[in-house]
Design a binder for this molecule. Structure first.
Ligand code: TYD
Ligand code: MG
Length: 458
């Protein structure tokens, strides 16, 4: 019999190779490949073309059960889920340590339990006493949650299987500390995480349970991250925020049952997470005086506009040292592109200046419409001229320096006007030229027009 090949799995993305390498060839992470238990090697003669059972084919339009969702009782959580929990589905919730995953899921379990659903919360990381203390702090200690501390998937599934009623909501906190005695390796290795998740997901599907697996985001690769599981689950959510800021955003990255662009917004307070139903002005607080380099951008999160502040700082260098470009909350490559367009099309010179860009409030921007606001902040910082205080800026900038139309211009304009930002600068398309509503709108066709406008005093 052939000697089983050695296998190395990446703890960041789960890809498998036969040779150890310092860097994973698939995801590019360093030092994440670890040796796995050898897989069974099949002989080349293995023939699977006979001896099986016949499977039946079905039409697509067969009448079946309609998708019934169950609310968690936390509106922002439901919104991020695309309308609530789907029974028999698996949700992976990733996020940095300490961001509030356990808090959110304990609050959601309590709400489900208070509404009469059976909620089971299994912690592999904290003792039940610790969770009880947290529940007291959250004011949900009276909720009839079934709480347990365990890391053995066999124990968990045996216990659940013996219960008369199967849970409506099952939380496993976290999948990386779960262990299956059928699989070799310590908890947290790729094979353990995959194997445990597979068993739990199968149980959830067979019993119509809405399952949430908590997954830690890890940088060092010593335990497998949530990416290893992304293919296996129905919904991937990420809980984000700067730990030093109060605000947390629950983002949907994959959803087999609905849209992925909706977010839930929360604030972490003394009594746990509170919902922020109207986040438009959340990230703008504390903007009192007009400062050069600050531009307000009406971002879209799913169907909700959120106003954020973009801050730019330009520092002229005297020496010939290579200038730094540092970005927080936006894409590095996109800033480089925008600087290049400003240099090539508008004749501005950033080559001997350090450029710092920050999105206020610890917010992470993914909206391509931010280009114009970033450009406005950069030009304003370079010229040391504050932009008008009640202005918002949005539009995509092309390499040729044109300002391209973006989605939801009407919504952005309406929300900005509602919050007192009556001056809007955007692409010169139809939405901008619509008159009649409150506010002054200026369409900008080319980036040089924007530069002239700011240098000329807007
Ligand atoms: P936690 O839910 O344990 O994070 P995770 O499970 O994602 O690792 O959240 C821990 C943090 O939340 C901790 O730093 C303290 C803070 N926190 C509050 O500010 N208020 C609260 O009521 C609770 C329960 C936690
Ligand atoms: Mg936790």
């Amino acid at each position: 019999m052939a000697k089983p090949k050695r296998r190395f799995a990446c703890s960041a993305c789960g890809s498998v190779t036969n040779r150890w390498q310092g860097q994973c060839a698939d995801c590019g992470e360093w030092n994440t490949l670890t040796e796995e238990a050898p897989a069974t090697v099949f002989s080349a003669k293995h023939d699977l073309s006979s001896g099986g059972r016949a499977i039946s084919f079905e039409p697509l339009d067969m009448p079946g059960k309609a998708l019934v969702r169950r609310g968690t009782g936390i509106a922002e959580f439901d919104r991020a889920l695309g309308g609530g929990l789907v029974p028999g589905s698996a949700i992976l919730m990733g996020g940095d340590p300490g961001i509030g995953k356990s808090t959110l899921l304990l609050q959601a379990s309590a709400k489900v339990a208070q509404a009469g659903g059976l909620a089971v919360y299994i912690s592999g990381e904290e003792a039940t006493g610790q969770i009880r203390l947290r529940a007291e702090r959250l004011g949900v200690a009276a909720a009839p949650i079934r709480l347990a501390a365990s890391t053995s998937v066999r124990d968990i599934l045996t216990t659940l299987g013996e219960m008369e009623e199967q849970p409506a909501f099952l939380v496993i906190d976290s999948i990386q500390c779960m262990h299956s005695d059928q699989i070799e390796g310590a908890p947290g290795t790729v094979s353990q995480v995959r194997g445990c998740a597979f068993e739990l997901i199968r149980y959830a599907k067979e019993n119509g349970v809405a399952l949430v697996l908590v997954g830690h985001v890890t940088k060092d690769g010593s335990i497998a991250g949530p990416r290893v599981l992304e293919h296996m689950v129905d919904v991937v959510m990420s809980f984000e925020g700067e730990r030093s800021h109060q605000y947390r955003i629950l983002r949907n990255l994959k959803n087999r049952f609905g849209p992925v662009d909706e977010i839930g917004v929360f604030a972490m307070e003394g009594q746990g997470l509170t919902e922020v139903g109207n986040p438009s002005l959340l990230f703008l607080s504390g903007r009192e005086t007009a400062i050069a380099g600050s531009a307000v951008f009406p971002a879209m999160e799913g169907t909700r506009p959120v106003l954020v502040e973009i801050q730019a700082l330009i520092v002229r260098l005297q020496s010939g040292a290579t200038p730094r470009r540092a970005v927080v909350g936006w894409d590095n490559g996109r800033l480089a592109m925008l600087l290049a367009v400003l240099e090539a099309r508008c004749g501005l010179n950033f080559s001997s200046a350090e450029v710092y860009l920050n999105v206020g409030g610890g917010y992470r921007l993914a909206d391509p419409a931010a280009d114009l606001a970033v450009a406005a902040a950069l030009v304003s910082a370079l010229a040391d001229k504050p932009l008008p205080r009640e202005a918002v800026w949005f539009g995509e900038v092309s390499l040729a320096g044109e300002i391209r139309p973006v989605a939801h211009a009407g919504l952005r304009l309406r929300e900005s006007a509602k919050l007192g930002f009556g001056d809007a600068f955007g692409p010169a398309d139809a939405a901008m030229s619509q008159k009649g509503e409150a506010g002054r709108r200026t369409g900008i066709a080319l980036l040089p027009n924007l530069v002239d406008r700011i240098l000329g005093g807007a």
